[in-house]
Design a protein around this ligand. Structure first.
Ligand SMILES: [Zn+2]
Length: 438
């Protein structure tokens, strides 16, 4: 039987990164560090003269320990190399890269706040950068070329269209990306509708982002809508940094809240006053709760706006009740259950396990929510989410008592009329403005 999804929607994506990761040098399949000798390298694996790759995971290697610069130096003596670990929190670089970064002003002599530069017995950098040390180095890398950016957008669009999607919500927009996508739209080459958010790194960064949003909004588009700002207030369950109300099992930590209450409030207030929506990355139950309380404080002052809660993987019933007076939309990724369920019960106290993936609780309380993938973290897929809904129920998550396809349908049916035909867990055809895309 063929089923139809109108305006098929992935509600949490990193649109550019989906294309970049697909075109980029993939290190996921390395069995050992020495396998870098067999990499198939092409021109899209370079950022200017830097060779960049993503996805190595030493925990999967025969010798599960961090690699070092010497091995990279052997195969890449003259090219700066920057290989990011699968978690996006660690990099593996070579001596040429250490030299280049030093030239660009990177300080290898001291560890930055919130990060570490791994050192050998002599105190020399080994070529492993952790957390903030990794981020600071990444920010120093030259940009991709305009041609590469264009290719990544085209590749990403193909990936989403083939997976059935005509609407995506992009969490990582910027002015340059907007201009490139507008150019595709003008040439009638854009086959997705995009809702977009711009990331704010910290409160001091908000004014810059609100200015950028103003500039973006001055460039009109029919297929794209700039909606708001996005912040991260906690980490992830996998790295035990999602902020919980209780400690992780076998750990002294309940995760980290990276924005204090008064700063979340200030960001929400200033954004809403500017007519800009707010999206908050919050995975742990206490992070979600803190986000909702801050928004309620702002609403109580008479400043109103829309609040998007991203991931909300663990959600307490009292938090759902606290959402009710607000204009909240939750964005969930059932596919994360597929990847995480093998260890969730070992990492979380039982009472918090019972609060995982509360789509049914949201539905019962009439809080709007949508499903997405977090691509490229998870592959974009209607059927992975469908499968996760079925299997997670067998595992103990309350079943969603409604048609899953509703949550993959964009809420604004006035925006566009596209539709997707699916049958037996396959996308059969995507109609964009009436024309078949596949
Ligand atoms: Zn995301």
């Amino acid at each position: 039987m063929t089923e139809k999804i109108i305006n098929c929607y992935d509600s949490h994506t990193h649109f550019w990164a989906t294309g970049q990761v697909a075109e980029g040098l993939r290190l996921f399949d390395l069995q050992k560090a020495e396998d870098i000798s067999n990499l198939q390298i092409n021109k899209n694996h370079y950022r200017s003269q830097w060779l960049v790759g993503f996805g190595w995971n030493h925990n999967n290697w025969m010798l599960p320990q961090f690699p070092d610069k010497h091995l990279l130096d052997k195969f890449f003596p003259d090219t700066p190399v920057f290989f990011s670990r699968v978690d996006g929190h660690t990099s593996w670089i070579n001596s040429k890269a250490i030299g280049e970064l030093t030239r660009l002003g990177y300080d290898f002599t001291t560890n930055p706040k919130g990060g570490a530069i791994e050192r050998d017995a002599k105190g020399e950098p080994t070529g492993i950068l952790l957390d903030q040390a990794h981020i600071n180095a990444l920010l120093k890398l030259p940009d991709f070329s305009e041609v590469q950016h264009q290719l990544f957008f085209e590749t990403s669009q193909k990936i989403f269209n083939r997976a059935g999607f005509t609407h995506v919500r992009d969490m990582s927009m910027n002015l340059n990306a907007w201009q490139l996508l507008c150019a595709m739209e003008d040439k009638k080459n854009l086959t997705v509708n995009i809702e977009a958010f711009v990331t704010v790194e910290n409160l001091a960064d908000l004014a810059r982002v609100l200015g950028e949003i103003k500039q973006i909004k001055s460039i009109p588009s029919k297929q794209m809508r700039l909606l708001g700002v996005k912040i991260f207030i906690d980490g992830s369950l996998g790295s035990k940094t999602a902020y919980l109300s209780q400690k992780y099992l076998k750990s002294d930590s309940q995760g980290t809240l990276t924005w204090p209450h008064h700063e979340i409030k200030e960001l929400v207030r200033q954004s809403w006053q500017a007519g800009v929506q707010v999206a908050i990355h919050c995975i742990g139950d206490e992070a979600v709760h803190k986000a909702v309380l801050a928004a309620r404080d702002v609403a109580a002052e008479g400043v109103l706006g829309r609040l998007h809660l991203e991931h909300v993987q663990i959600l307490r019933p009292e938090t759902v009740l606290a959402m009710k007076p607000l204009h909240v939309i939750c964005h969930m990724q059932p596919c994360h259950w597929l990847s995480d369920h093998t260890w969730l019960k070992q990492a979380l106290p039982a009472s918090l396990v019972s609060y995982l993936f509360q789509w049914e609780l949201l539905r019962k309380n009439k809080i709007p929510f949508y499903f997405g993938s977090d691509s490229p973290i998870e592959p974009t897929s209607l059927f992975n989410n469908k499968k996760a809904l079925q299997l997670s129920h067998e595992w103990g998550v309350p079943a969603l008592n409604a048609d899953w396809k509703i949550y993959h349908t964009h809420p604004d049916n006035q925006w566009a009329q596209h539709h997707t035909e699916i049958s037996q867990d396959e996308v059969k055809q995507v109609f964009f403005n009436g024309e078949p895309l596949l």
